[in-house]
Structures are given as C-alpha cells and as structure tokens.
Design a binder for this molecule. Structure first.
Ligand code: AHG
Ligand code: MN
Ligand code: MN
Length: 296
C-alpha cells in the first residue's frame, strides 16, 4: 500500500513541499479531537453556537500556529482572518490559503466537515487558482480522508494508525447526476433556476448537506455538480474564491472536471482581496459546459 510520503516522493515533490503537506494533513488528528472537547452537547443554543464559532477560530489558530512554527510558510490567507498573515523569517515562497473548517454548522449535528488548503510557491496568496502548487482537503467523516493534488492528478488517502494510506487514485471525475445548490430558491435568478430544472428533467439526484467540501467529495467520486449561485440580492454569491473555490477547483480540474462562475473558469480569475466572493459551479465537465451555454 502506498503511503502519502511515498506518493509525494514518486510525484517529485521537493522535501519542503512534502514536509508542508505532511504537516497540514496531520492536523486532522487534533482538529477531529477538538470536535468532542470543544463541543458541548448541553443543547443550549448560544453555547453550541459560540462553540461553533470557537471551533472555526480554534482550528484556524491551531493550523496557523503549526505553520508559523514550521518556518515553512511565508504567508497565510485564512477564511477566519481579515488580513493575510506574513512570516518574514520563513525562507520559502510557500503561501497557504485555507478554510480551516468548512461546513462548521454541521459539527453539532455530527455531519461531515473538512479543512480546505491551497499552497502556492510564489509568495502570493492572491494568485489565480491555476497557479497553485498543491491543493488538498481533509474530510472528517466515517474515515479521516485526505484528497490531494500536486498538479499530477488527484489521489485520496485514508488515515490508518497515524499514517495516510492510498485509498484511490488517480481519481477521474465521471459525468454523473448528483446536484446540489445553496441559497434560497426564492432568491435564485432565472438562469440558475433554468439550469437546475434542466438537471432535474435529466433525472438529477439532489445531494446537498451544507458542507461544500463534503458535497464536493461526492461529486468527485460519482459525478454531478455543486452550486452556490449568484442570487438576486447577492450577485457575488456566498463562497470565497481564495480559500474555497480555488483549492477545490484545482482538484476538480486535475480530476477532469471544471469550476466556473457560470461564465468563466474560476481558476483564471485573479482574486481582488482575501475574502473575494464568487458564484461557484463545480463538477463534471459536460454539466459545466451545459451550464455555460445556458448562462451565456
Ligand atoms: P463555512 O462553514 O466554511 O462557512 O462554509 C459553509 C459554506 C459551505 O461549506 C456550504 O456549502 C455552504 O456554506 C452552506 O451554505 P447555506 O447554509 O447557505 O446552504
Ligand atoms: Mn467554507
Ligand atoms: Mn470555514
């Protein structure tokens, strides 16, 4: 069985990139433990709500601290921080972008959440997604699973007795019929509603959990599309280009899928600011091409 380290060596990763991917992926262990320690089941609304917020911040601080201590990272853009954090002492050009906990509202109902990370080697966290050196996500479900790409395809590892062991790869995203869309149906635009109706007419099967990373992982495996669209009141959508769309979109395209805002490939968009919001459609190539025809 191939381990993560063996795969990264075979993919020709530098020792620094291999060390950085290994360091980030191992934070899955303390993060997963934090779900129990930080999450009260007393059921009081505000406490668990605050804890939710606490878990977002806790995960962000935990990963940021590990990255800073490693000296491997020159800057970090995190969903939980208003500005980019810089580490002038770091001797590398690695810029990390991250959503430390995606889908965090689901922890208190024990559903699947994850950590999304992108790594650039050009000291610029606000680069286009296409320039990513590596993208990965840890998914905290029945198994702890790491999906990673260093630009040579997509590989999935499961954490077993402290070692990430190859589960699947190279992963190819099939055409499929799963679909999910965020935002309230009453706020959808005409074009988005037309796209969703076309999918439903074609026998689309609804899969939407409230965790982008978990919903995407199903699309990666079975094919289909995840949408968080522009709405009448929020033309920029809800999700963030830098820490959600770019790393996930990089992985999607490495597996043969596509990511779009309905008109453009999102990996070609230069982020204007760390929390740059964008409509997101990510999934099978054929479905995204149909979408862009409808949206044009
Ligand atoms: P996060 O927990 O990092 O804020 O992300 C939540 C995102 C995404 O993961 C999910 O698909 C979407 O928000 C759910 O939004 P709605 O609750 O509006 O459906
Ligand atoms: Mn998120
Ligand atoms: Mn988050």
């Amino acid at each position: 069985m191939t381990t993560l380290n063996e795969y990264l060596d075979s993919a020709g990763c530098s020792s620094e990139l291999k060390e950085l991917i290994g360091l980030i992926s191992m934070q899955a262990v303390p993060i997963r433990e934090a779900f129990i320690n930080n999450q009260s089941y007393s059921g009081t609304e505000n406490t668990s709500g605050d804890r939710q917020a606490a878990l977002d911040v806790w995960s962000d601080e935990h990963i940021t601290d590990a990255l800073m201590r490693s000296g491997l990272v020159s800057e970090i853009a995190s969903e939980e921080k208003p500005d980019i954090v810089r580490n002038p002492k770091a001797g590398t050009g690695f810029a990390v972008v991250m959503d430390p906990l995606d889908g965090s509202s689901l922890i208190q109902v024990n559903l699947c959440v994850g950590t999304i990370v992108g790594i650039y080697d050009n000291s610029n966290a606000l680069s286009m997604g296409r320039d990513l050196k590596a993208a990965m996500y840890m998914l905290y479900g029945p198994m702890t699973v790491l999906t990673v790409s260093v630009g040579k395809g997509v590989y999935i590892f499961a954490l077993k007795s402290g070692v990430y062991t190859l589960l699947d790869g190279p992963v190819k995203m099939p055409e499929g019929n799963l679909y999910g869309s965020g935002a309230l149906k009453k706020d959808w635009t005409e074009k988005h509603s037309e796209f969703i109706s076309a999918i439903e007419k074609d026998g689309g099967k609804l899969r939407y959990s409230g965790s982008f990373v978990a919903d995407f992982h199903q699309i990666l495996k079975y094919g289909g599309v995840y949408c968080y669209p522009a709405t009448k009141d929020k033309p920029e959508g809800k999700l963030r280009l830098v820490y959600e769309a770019n790393p996930i979109g990089f992985i999607a395209e490495q597996a043969g899928g596509l990511i779009s805002d309905g008109k453009n490939d999102l990996l070609d968009i230069v982020p204007q600011k760390p929390d740059h919001k964008t409509p997101i459609y990510v999934g099978s190539r054929g479905i995204i091409k149909d979408l862009e025809r409808i949206m044009k």
